[in-house]
Design a protein around this ligand. Structure first.
Ligand SMILES: Cc1cc2nc3c(=O)[nH]c(=O)nc-3n(C[C@H](O)[C@H](O)[C@H](O)COP(=O)(O)O)c2cc1C
Length: 334
């Protein structure tokens, strides 16, 4: 197998393989096997890692940036935040301490430096069992069942991120969901009417990154690239939003690359908690991809002056969990 081919084999990790007696450098590399299971927009996996003794430099790969859909690199930094969070959760599980410094900006591709330590002293407590979900989590695209998420569970989500500089808005009121659903339909239509957007999406579908077989991926690429399916897509997606029991929006005071990385960490922690609670998660980014729509989303989600960074549906669904492929870790190391 070429080392740069997308593969599902990355999901088969057993913790027994952790190199207990090896130096931190080798242990760090093992932790990265969990980092690359993180979600990313279009499964673009924009991360690169350089492991040097006890430090791991996390950078972004410009060639994996969604230049059209994600012009301000919001999704790119969120995706890298997701990988960082997986790294932290795996480190805690194996009793490895860590310290993260943030360096993200739009011009230079260094995002953060993680320093590993043999003595573990977690800076704050994450809910237990998130580690087990690293290899279970997946994104659902189904219509969720008509079943509410209890106040107790919603409070659990809120508590999980109370020490972070990121605010979680959980929207379950019908009128507000309807209004966000309408905005979603407008955003889908606007994005899909742009041939450059369709071409970029088609490229990732064609690569098989979104999980279908090679042939289906090629057919999908042709359809996405050549036909404007915006209206149909918009109607479907607005229904997905209106019928979801909860729409979650993450927002930050600052609109900086680092704020986005931190929003990504929080999103991934919530996605893993949801996975543990058998709650499905579906990010939907189109309303955030155009500045004027993003401002409108802030108003409709009522984010109180904060910048919305990420939107996702939460709900229950009966379906088999399936995994999308990843590039093997070796191809992400520099
Ligand atoms: C920042 C970000 C934005 C995303 N936006 C969307 C989206 O707009 N629509 C969608 O269906 N999935 C979206 N996703 C989910 C990705 O497509 C998914 O994570 C990726 O295909 C990998 O699959 P997995 O999450 O099942 O491992 C997003 C994920 C991230 C991290």
């Amino acid at each position: 197998m070429e080392t740069d081919e997308l593969t599902h084999s990355v999901w088969d990790i057993t913790e027994d393989e952790f190199p207990v007696a090896s130096p931190l450098r080798e242990q760090g590399k093992f932790l990265l096997r969990y980092a690359i299971l993180a979600p990313s927009s279009h499964n673009s996996q924009p991360w690169q890692f350089a492991v040097r003794d006890e430090t791991i430099e996390v950078t972004y790969d410009e060639t994996r940036w969604l230049e059209v859909a994600d012009q301000d690199k919001r999704e790119l930094f969120i995706s890298i935040g997701c990988a960082l969070e997986n790294l932290c959760i795996a480190a805690e599980h194996f009793d490895i301490g860590y310290n993260i410094t943030y360096h993200a900006n739009k011009d230079d591709n260094l995002v953060s430096i993680v320093t590993l330590e043999t003595e573990s002293e977690p800076s704050f407590s994450r809910p237990p069992k998130l580690f087990d979900e690293l290899t279970e989590r997946y994104t659902s695209h189904q219509l969720f069942e008509d079943q509410t998420i209890s106040q107790e569970t919603r409070d659990k989500f809120s508590r999980t991120i109370e020490e972070d500089d990121v605010t979680l808005y959980l929207i379950n009121e019908s009128e507000q969901k309807r209004s966000i659903g309408e905005l979603q339909a407008d955003a889908d239509e606007a994005q899909m009417a742009d041939p450059a957007y369709r071409k970029e999406l088609g490229y990732w579908v064609g690569m098989g990154a979104l999980g279908s077989s090679w042939l289906m991926a090629r057919i999908g690429q042709a359809v996405v690239t050549h036909f404007d399916l915006g209206e149909r897509e918009g109607q479907n997606n607005s229904k997905l939003i209106e019928r979801a029991p909860v729409i979650a929006v993450l927002a930050t005071h600052a609109d900086t690359p680092t704020a986005r990385v931190k929003a990504g960490q929080v999103f991934e922690r919530l996605a893993l908690l949801a996975s543990a609670e058998d709650i499905a998660v579906h990010p939907m980014s189109q309303t955030l991809e155009r500045p004027e729509m993003r401002t409108e989303l802030a108003a409709r989600a009522d984010t109180e002056g904060e910048y919305p960074q990420h939107l996702f549906r939460l709900g229950y669904v009966e379906e088999e969990r399936t995994h999308t492929p990843r590039w093997p870790l070796e191809s992400q190391l520099s």
